[in-house]
Every structure is written in structure tokens, then in C-alpha cells.
Design a protein around this ligand. Structure first.
Ligand SMILES: *Cc1c(COP(=O)(O)O)cnc(C)c1O
Length: 227
């Protein structure tokens, strides 16, 4: 098990390096977030021991359980990547370092009310227009970000997206480049509350094209844990 994990880590690392090289980017531009939602606390610990200190979960209960199990490892940065219900904000928002799925003002209001410090948030954008996807439409994005100025507990560090599952390589590059364009537009506005320098895009099946299009955070789960 550990041996497979180690091999998967090496394979992913090679592909990340290759993608950086192909797109002329320094390796330290890209942070790999290990998505541990499908594995137990012990496996999560193995991943940390193999050198990953950015971890992501999409369920509050699992994140809290793993934080407790790994409490000696104070270098870990915790990312919350899922849909977060308003009533759960209170229990989780002060436990995490990054929140990847901000897409509603009502959620921003709740974060503002419950957060005890400024929370690094990614605004989730639905670049593909798929009706089943979470996220704000590209057309509403600028106004949404302007509206977030009222919330001093929210720092918009960047944009996040998920590509449709059945996208081919051309489509993936199109969606990821669109997000990069939007991120650049917002960053150039120099909003104090929204530096928007980061791009969270790319998962196990599409992190290579995401890096080639400018991802600064990739969220990889199954590739690490497959056997
Ligand atoms: C599960 C998940 C991932 C990781 O997906 P893999 O295909 O397992 O790499 C990334 N981002 C989000 C939002 C997820 O829910």
C-alpha cells in the first residue's frame, strides 16, 4: 500500500515537473493539494510523511477528524473544496486555511459573521456553463467580486473551476485559459480585498493542461490513491 502510494507520488511529481517545464514555469509556481477525501486518517498521514502539506477535504466531519489525528503536524494547510452549507460555516470556517468554493453572497455573509480572522477564499467560476456545476457565471463574476468588498473577513486570493468530466483536451485548454483570462482581468483591477493572484484548477485527470494554462494550485486525489 505504502509502496504504491510512493510510486504514485513520484509519478504525479514527474508529470507536474514536466508540465512546468513545457510551459516555462518554475516548479514552485505550482502547489499540489492532496485531496484526501477518499482515504482514512492513517493514509492521510502517510501522504504528509511523503512531503505533502496542503490537504483538502470536502466534508466538514472528515476534515475535523483528520485535523485531530494529525494535530502534531502544524505545517499542514487545510483546504475546504466542497459545497459548504451555510449552517456548517460556523463549525468549519475557523479550522481551515483556504476555502475553494465561494459562489454566493449569502455564503459570504455567513463567513463574515463567523470568521475570527480573514479567510483566504477562491471564487468558484462555472466557465463551461454546465447547468449542474456550482459556481458563478463569468458574466456575473466582476460584480460578485466587487460586492465582496463589504466583507472584511474575506480575501479573494484567486479563482477556482472544475472542467466538465467528459471534456477533451481542446475543451480543457479552452476552459482553463478562460479562467486565466478572468483571473488576470481581476488581478489588474488591484482590488484591495481581491488580489486574485491564484488559480485553483486541475484534478487527477486534467492537472497537466491546467498547469500549462497557469494553475497555481492543483487538487489531486485519486491519482495518489489508485492501486
Ligand atoms: C474530489 C475533488 C478533487 C480531486 O479529484 P480527483 O479526480 O480524485 O483528483 C478536486 N477538486 C474537487 C472540488 C473535488 O471535489
Amino acid at each position: 500500500m505504502l509502496q504504491t502510494l510512493q510510486q504514485n507520488v513520484e509519478a504525479v511529481q514527474k508529470e507536474v515537473e514536466q508540465a512546468c517545464k513545457c510551459s516555462d514555469r518554475p516548479l514552485d509556481d505550482v502547489t499540489v493539494i492532496c485531496v484526501t477525501k477518499s482515504v482514512d486518517s492513517e493514509t492521510t498521514k502517510q501522504v504528509v510523511d511523503l512531503g505533502y502539506d496542503h490537504l483538502a477535504e470536502n466534508r466538514m466531519e472528515n476534515l475535523i477528524e483528520k485535523q485531530d489525528y494529525l494535530k502534531e503536524y502544524c505545517q499542514i494547510k487545510w483546504h475546504f473544496i466542497g459545497n459548504l452549507q451555510r449552517r456548517k460555516v460556523k463549525s468549519i470556517i475557523n479550522q481551515i486555511d483556504y476555502f475553494h468554493a465561494l459562489d454566493k453572497l449569502s455564503l459570504a455573509q455567513e463567513i463574515q459573521k463567523r470568521a475570527m480572522k480573514r479567510i483566504k477564499c477562491f471564487v468558484q467560476v462555472n466557465v463551461s456553463g454546465e447547468s449542474t456545476k456550482q459556481g458563478i457565471s463569468p458574466e456575473s463574476l466582476i460584480n460578485f467580486i466587487k460586492d465582496l468588498e463589504d466583507f472584511d473577513r474575506i480575501e479573494v486570493v484567486g479563482l477556482m473551476t472544475m472542467a466538465p468530466f467528459d471534456s477533451n483536451l481542446n475543451e480543457l485548454s479552452h476552459y482553463f485559459s478562460q479562467l486565466k483570462i478572468l483571473q488576470t482581468i481581476i488581478a489588474n483591477k488591484n482590488f484591495k480585498h481581491a488580489p486574485c493572484t491564484e488559480l485553483s484548477m486541475g484534478m487527477s485527470r486534467d492537472f497537466v493542461p491546467a498547469i500549462e494554462c497557469g494553475a497555481t494550485f492543483v487538487r489531486i486525489g485519486s491519482r495518489f490513491f489508485e492501486s
